[in-house]
Ligand binder design. Structure first.
Ligand code: HEM
Ligand code: SF4
Length: 549
């Protein structure tokens, strides 16, 4: 894993000390809340509905066991004993006291972590495929690229006050697990005709109030030219992005209003000018790549699986590893009826210990709010499964109806217009039976508590958006969204549903799918693509009318 240098350590420690002084001045009243706000936001500290919230970056979702132990320690010492893993490979602590935040940041700095640029109009935490470096379908590990971008973008003086926040995601696999097409910039690692590695660059994707699928601005940028090319995009966005209207400030609006061609011409012009002085020397790339070499895979016996529960777990939660003796284990943070993405300090410790013992000391956080053990020898799967089961972490529901993404919604978020967590919990309880879930098959339900779309509802096969209608929660459904390489924004079905109507509505949709599918192999998304909105609309609204009549 990448080891931070003395420079990184000194930089992060200096930031902690600087913020410590700012907190002291806020607490003794010499800084007003208005003066303090931009300072705290530069350190990932928000003011939420009930308390402060600290957002910690987990660069490209990669952690070692020591770091996970430290996240547990922080949760226990300065929060209420748990943390919330988000769709952006961050962890959020919902209950810190202001006076404790410098200590929390110091505890993070001690293990090479921080909360810098997790907020504000800057380049945010760079995300990547959570199976990076392990997936059987990978062209190349995207993490060295993400790390390079992290080094370039952190504290970049020119990009601290962009028109709006900026999100970059990288995938090294043709099967996109990083939702690259819904990011300001998405990078897909590809090879050109000569077989050289490089990137397809996608711009102008994003969710929020104007959801858009990103467009390809360049088919191929060679590795050494990536940073000057990104720098060129950022310069163009910084100069031309709309600062007059917060809601139109994202790069997607610039691309949409001024066209991809105009964007491309401007970027190419800047790129031609800066490229020469800015190319990344190969030794830097090689040094970073050297930190992400594959672990020393072990050779050991693999006994045949006899326990049905273990077999189900393997079928559902274990993905193909590039080393056939290994598997990638996804640990579900979506136990039936639980809060999606939450983990207690005890669970974090169990996962950290398992990573140390069975996954070459590595963990990943997925944008789907789960935790991944990327390198588990198949011979160790029974032991890993037993330990997970003991900790209440063995729910075999990855990719199924109860593996729901949900933003914090009204339970925590100051911007929320409706609850998300209880809706997710009720759907999960409605479909508690795992055999029934397997029968329904792959299905992504994603829930956001307001138009900002932190729960990715636009790219859910079933998306749920909580709104406020004259003081009453109302939930709008979108269907057919897709966050993968075939990214699509879901279509609205029609009028929304009341809080106590939304779960029955989702149930009707799923029952309709079970009736309509051609075979057990046809997934919800495939059936929707074949049939379109109408039959699902009838299931949603006509039965409701019949019921009311
Ligand atoms: C609780 C504090 C949070 C606040 C105040 C907040 C605020 C926002 C806002 C204002 C936007 C819209 C930005 C725009 O389109 O310009 C947004 C988008 C987004 N947020 Fe959050 N959010 C919060 C929590 C979260 C959480 C918990 C997650 C993950 C579960 C998350 C992930 C995202 C994502 C993925 C988007 C997608 C829209 C995009 O950038 O294209 N946020 N958030
Ligand atoms: S979608 Fe809205 S309610 Fe949910 S976390 Fe984002 S800003 Fe808050």
């Amino acid at each position: 894993m990448y080891q931070y240098t003395d420079f990184d350590r000194d930089f992060v420690n200096a930031r902690v000390e600087e913020f410590r002084g700012q907190v002291v001045r806020r607490l003794d009243g010499s800084l007003t809340e208005d003066e303090f706000k931009p300072l705290r936001l530069m350190n990932g500290l928000y003011l939420q509905l009930h308390a402060y919230m600290l957002r910690v970056a987990i660069p490209y979702g990669t952690l070692n066991s020591r770091q996970m132990h430290q996240l547990a320690y922080i949760a226990e010492t300065w929060d209420k004993g748990y943390g919330h893993f988000t769709t952006r490979q961050n962890i959020q602590y919902n209950w810190p006291k202001l006076a404790d935040v410098p200590e929390m940041l110091q505890a993070l700095a001690d293990v090479g972590m921080h909360a810098i640029q997790t907020s504000g109009n800057t380049i945010r935490n760079v995300t990547a495929d959570h199976f990076a470096g392990a997936a059987a379908d990978e062209i190349e590990d995207p993490r060295p690229t993400a790390e390079l971008i992290r080094q370039w973008s952190t504290d970049h003086p020119e990009f601290q006050f962009l028109p709006r926040k900026f999100k970059i995601a990288v995938t090294g696999s043709p099967n996109d697990r990083a939702v690259t097409k819904a990011h300001d910039i998405g990078l897909r690692m590809v090879r050109n005709e000569a077989g050289e590695p490089g990137y397809e660059v996608i711009v102008g994707g994003g969710l929020g109030r104007t959801p858009m699928v990103g467009k390809v601005i360049r088919d191929f940028v060679p590795k050494a030219e990536l940073l000057p090319y990104l720098e060129a995009i950022m310069q163009v966005y910084n100069l031309h992005g709309r600062r007059d209207n917060k809601y139109k400030a994202r790069i997607k609006i610039l691309v949409h209003e001024e066209s991809l061609e105009t964007m491309r011409e401007r970027v190419d012009a800047v790129f031609a000018r800066i490229k020469g002085d800015f190319e990344v020397p190969t030794e830097i790339l090689t040094r970073i790549e050297g930190s992400f070499t594959a672990p020393a895979y072990k050779i050991a016996e693999i006994a045949p699986v006899v326990e049905p529960a273990l077999q189900s777990f393997i079928d559902t939660n274990v993905a193909e590893h590039k080393n056939p003796d290994y598997g990638i284990v996804t640990i579900s943070l979506k136990g039936i009826g639980e809060t999606p993405g939450d983990a207690t300090a005890r669970q974090m410790r169990v996962m950290a210990d398992l990573a140390e013992r069975y996954s070459h000391d590595e963990l990943r956080i997925s944008h789907e709010q789960n935790v991944v053990l990327p390198h588990v020898h198949r011979g160790d799967l029974p032991a890993v499964f037993a330990a997970l089961r003991e900790a209440g972490l063995a729910t075999a529901n990855i990719g199924l109806v109860s593996d729901i993404i949900a933003c914090p919604g009204m339970d925590y978020c100051a911007l929320a217009t409706a609850r998300s967590i209880p809706v997710a919990q009720q759907i999960s309880e409605t479909f508690a039976d795992l055999d029934a879930q397997r029968d329904i098959g792959p299905l992504k339900i994603k829930i956001s508590g307001c138009i900002n779309a932190c729960g990715h509802h636009h790219v859910g096969h079933i998306g749920i958006l909580g709104l406020d209608r004259a003081g009453v929660e109302n939930y709008q459904i979108t269907l057919g969204g897709d966050g993968t390489e075939t990214a699509t924004i879901g279509s609205r079905t029609g009028p929304g549903f009341a809080y106590d109507e939304i779960v029955p509505a989702v149930k009707r949709l799923i029952e309709a799918y079970l009736d309509l599918r051609e075979s057990e192999e046809e997934t919800f998304l495939q059936a929707y693509r074949r049939l379109g909105l109408d039959p699902f609309k009838s299931a949603l609204y006509e039965q409701e009318k019949a019921h009311a009549a």
